[in-house]
Design a protein around this ligand. Structure first.
Ligand code: KIV
Length: 280
């Protein structure tokens, strides 16, 4: 309760939340040290790390494995675990078991549940059990195939009103925050203004209370496609490719390793070794 009222008060003071994904220990460590507000172990993991064609393939085991890793790297961050489709599709009972695994094994502080046919019942059950839940409306990648693919949502008055209705319902159910993905900026502005909880946008314009992006998009590590809303702040993929190219060239030319990269041994031990290894 205190947590929720702190968020509502921070929103009143016009706080802007910075949220970023991370899926492993070294990245989570960097993201925590850089000072983001919340780390999301998103099921985007499936596409940007595990090489699946969509997020629908991600399993609970994979999510828990990566939450554990991220937590080792970021022991103090507020960390949200993304409930994969395979962890919620059977309904509230399965979702409650999955959410407990995120908290107990994955050591997350909260879970995120994407909108879907059973989302309100699932959220009600989780929140009733005292689990902090974040909602996710607009483009919901787990069910994108039923929405005509990865495309902007709520572009017509009717679907925009439906998104607003769902947002209000989730707030009433007690979610502590909401992600709005790929909706027109004006719709996101109206929804942000209508809710007391922080609305975190991704492809939802500048009027949300905060922003979330996928780290691989931010640093240029995922190049299969770049969503229009994702700003690249560096080209880590190019840097890594260059570094690997130099490593390969140096191994092939004999320039690596040098003496400083090698280990020596006591001269007498070496003499004995060479003497005794002869003829073996
Ligand atoms: O899985 C994820 O990374 C997400 C964000 C894109 C919001 O859900």
């Amino acid at each position: 309760m205190r947590f929720l009222s702190n968020l509502v008060n921070a929103k009143k003071r016009k706080k802007r939340w910075v949220v970023l994904t991370a899926y492993d220990a070294p990245t989570a460590e960097i993201v925590e040290q850089a000072g983001v507000d919340w780390i999301l172990v998103g099921d985007s993991l499936g596409m940007v790390v595990l090489g699946y064609p969509s997020t629908a393939e991600v399993t609970m085991e994979e999510m828990i494995h990566h939450c554990k890793a991220a937590r080792r790297g970021a022991p103090n961050a507020f960390m949200i675990g993304d409930m994969p489709l395979k962890g919620v599709e059977k309904g509230p009972r399965q979702a409650l078991d999955s959410a407990h695994r995120f908290l107990d094994e994955g050591r997350c502080d909260a879970v995120k549940v994407e909108w879907g046919p059973k989302a309100p019942e699932i959220m009600e059950r989780l929140i009733g059990a005292g689990i902090p839940v974040m909602g996710h409306l607009g483009l919901t990648p787990q069910t994108a195939s039923t929405m005509g693919g990865f495309r902007t949502q709520a572009r017509e008055a009717g679907s925009a009103l439906e998104t607003l209705r769902r947002a209000k319902l989730l707030e009433k159910l007690g979610v502590f925050s909401l992600i709005l993905e790929c909706v027109p900026a004006d719709v996101a502005k109206a929804i942000t203004g209508a809710l007391k909880i922080p609305v975190i946008g991704i492809g939802a314009g500048a009027h949300c209370d905060g922003q979330v992006l996928v780290i691989h998009d931010v640093v240029g590590l995922f190049s299969k496609f770049t969503p229009r809303f994702a700003k690249r702040y560096c080209e880590a993929g190019q840097l890594i490719r260059k570094a690997v190219g130099r490593y390969a060239a140096e191994v092939r030319s004999g320039r690596f390793p040098q003496k400083k990269h090698s280990f020596g041994m006591d001269r007498e031990e070496l003499r004995l070794f060479l003497e005794q290894s002869r003829g073996r």
